[in-house]
Design a protein around this ligand. Structure first.
Ligand code: AMP
Ligand code: ZN
Length: 142
């Protein structure tokens, strides 16, 4: 995609702090890191989000995430790593090119905002009804 910032990174038109690359996948450091080692993994082929990304690129990204999370463990000794992936403006996806965030919490670092939501007891009837709607939609899909 011509104007997509991550496609520009893939094409080398803007710089990035690259940590990994193969024929399908690129991983680089987020320039507004939530914590040291905040890494983004993207498909080289443009896809907007989880609705759009082809299975083979999604598989490649998630297999690479295992390699990178191991490297983050070796390099930074984190106490945990959050894997976050946002879809659509309502979820605050800012860059419309699929990306998986790996966000380490380094020793002594603050709690990760992406992993610190408040737990509130749900309405079991509403949960059951929503589960039924999703399960029914799944029956009609491949
Ligand atoms: P999201 O809200 O999931 O779409 O997050 C987009 C992420 O991309 C943000 O964390 C940004 O800091 C990051 N980002 C935007 N432009 C760049 C860039 N040129 N290089 C690295 N990270 C970027
Ligand atoms: Zn793109």
């Amino acid at each position: 995609m011509e104007d997509c910032i991550f496609c520009k990174i893939v094409r080398g038109e803007i710089p990035s702090f690259k940590v990994y690359e193969d024929d399908k996948v690129l991983a680089f450091e987020d320039i507004n890191p939530i914590s040291p080692g905040h890494t983004l993994i993207i498909p080289k082929r443009h896809a907007r989000d989880l609705w759009e990304i082809p299975d083979e690129d999604l598989t490649a990204i998630h297999l690479v995430s295992k390699r990178i999370i191991r490297a983050i463990k070796t390099a930074l000794n984190p106490t945990g790593v959050a894997c976050v992936q946002l879809n659509g403006p309502g979820a605050n996806q800012v860059v419309p090119h699929y990306h998986l965030h790996l966000v380490p919490r380094v020793p002594g670092g603050p709690e990760l905002p992406v992993a610190a939501w408040e737990i509130k007891e749900g309405d079991m009837g509403a949960i059951q009804q929503t589960a039924g709607r999703i399960a029914a939609a799944l029956k009609g899909s491949s």
